[in-house]
Design a protein around this ligand. Structure first.
Ligand SMILES: Cc1cc2nc3c(=O)[nH]c(=O)nc-3n(C[C@H](O)[C@H](O)[C@H](O)COP(=O)(O)OP(=O)(O)OC[C@H]3O[C@@H](n4cnc5c(N)ncnc54)[C@H](O)[C@@H]3O)c2cc1C
Length: 319
């Protein structure tokens, strides 16, 4: 019997597949045979090849145009390509979480969003989630035959498949929805500075302790290949734009490494970064709450500490 089909919703930027999709494909291989689902204009051969390297047995292209930008259209388009799938895996973005729940409602599939992992146990999908500001780990089992799982970026280590997929492109028939919503204009938001926060494997954040000067935070982020984050106090001060905010009202991040510079560690900030792999904090106050959740803490002025860290990293790279 052939392995069950597991559909993976592809995320792309400017026509290029983004790193979290490879994480989703890696996870999907543990659940069955992955097929990639591409919503919108067909990908070029290089992207199909990249998807096959991570195990996609085929790339199903749904010509849904701007319907994919609306949750209802995205759910319908994804549904058109996944009728045979025992599982659908996607990245837990705002729009994907809505697509996942709409599709689950339409098909009766069990759904888990913001998962940190998924595996097959006795033929059922079990997922891991870190909830309530990372104070609880939850394991859930999807009891329906088909399941939908939206996983957080950076929670699975992407690795190429031992045997690449066939890189076959399949066109999926799709009739645009007679929707009550219509896309009338699409205007790209100016690209976020550097790597997008939500999917960055390393994040360096600065808070009020920067005094408004992000030069060192940006320099450290650059040497680490990291995205730049911030506390709400820093964004409210106008020191850095709001899309950099990490926390309860900002972006939830789950990087392998989170470096907090001059951030006290208020509960609202912790809620958005506490599930990071390794947390490093630099703070002049030895009693700052951020140290309670840090794996490595430096009590010191970030103006003294960060230049030394940057110099050490550069030295070690030169060795
Ligand atoms: C409903 C609600 C939602 C919120 N949502 C969010 C959210 O999503 N994200 C968020 O971040 N906040 C959020 N907040 C705000 C949050 O409660 C804190 O006020 C905020 O996180 C504090 O930011 P901070 O750590 O930069 O500043 P502070 O709490 O003022 O901490 C600054 C830290 O810098 C240290 N410091 C000062 N100088 C230096 C130096 N030279 N070198 C090293 N360390 C230094 C200090 O010791 C201190 O620990 C929310 C608040 C509310 C009420």
């Amino acid at each position: 019997m052939s392995a069950a089909t597991v559909a993976v919703l592809v995320e792309s930027r400017d026509g290029s597949v983004t790193q979290p999709t490879f994480e989703a494909l890696t996870l999907a291989r543990a659940l069955g045979t992955p097929v990639a689902v591409w919503l919108g204009d067909a990908p070029d051969g290089a992207q199909v090849e990249r998807l096959s390297v991570y195990g996609a047995a085929e790339v199903r292209v749904v010509p849904c145009g701007d319907d994919a930008r609306l949750a209802a259209g995205g759910a319908a388009a994804l549904g058109a390509a996944t009728a045979d799938a025992s599982a659908i895996v996607m990245i837990s973005t705002f729009v994907n979480k809505e697509i996942a729940t709409r599709l689950a409602l339409a098909t009766g599939a069990g759904v888990v969003v913001d998962a940190a992992g998924a595996e097959l146990v006795d033929g059922r999908i079990e997922t891991l989630q870190t909830v309530f500001a990372a104070t609880w780990n939850v394991r859930s089992r999807i009891e329906t035959d088909a399941g939908i799982v939206a996983i957080r970026p950076n929670t699975t280590q992407a690795s190429p498949a031992q045997t690449p997929g066939a890189a076959v492109v399949v066109d999926v028939a799709f009739e645009p929805l007679a929707s009550r919503e219509t896309v009338v204009a699409v205007e790209p938001v100016p690209a976020q500075e550097g790597i997008p926060l939500a999917e960055a494997p390393v994040v360096v954040s600065g808070g009020r302790g920067t005094g408004g000067d992000y030069t060192l935070v940006r320099e450290l982020a650059e040497v680490l290949g990291a995205a730049v984050g911030a506390s709400r106090d820093a964004t409210d001060e106008g020191w850095i734009s709001h899309e950099h905010m990490v926390g309860q009202t900002g972006t939830t991040v789950t990087p392998a490494l989170y470096v907090a510079c001059g951030i006290s560690g208020a509960v609202h900030h912790r809620g958005g970064m506490q599930a990071s792999g390794t947390i490093v904090a630099v703070n002049i106050d030895p009693d700052a709450p951020i140290f309670e959740i840090s794996d490595f803490g430096v009590v010191g002025d970030l103006g003294d500490v960060i230049p030394q860290v940057i110099a050490r990293i550069k030295e070690r790279r030169d060795v």
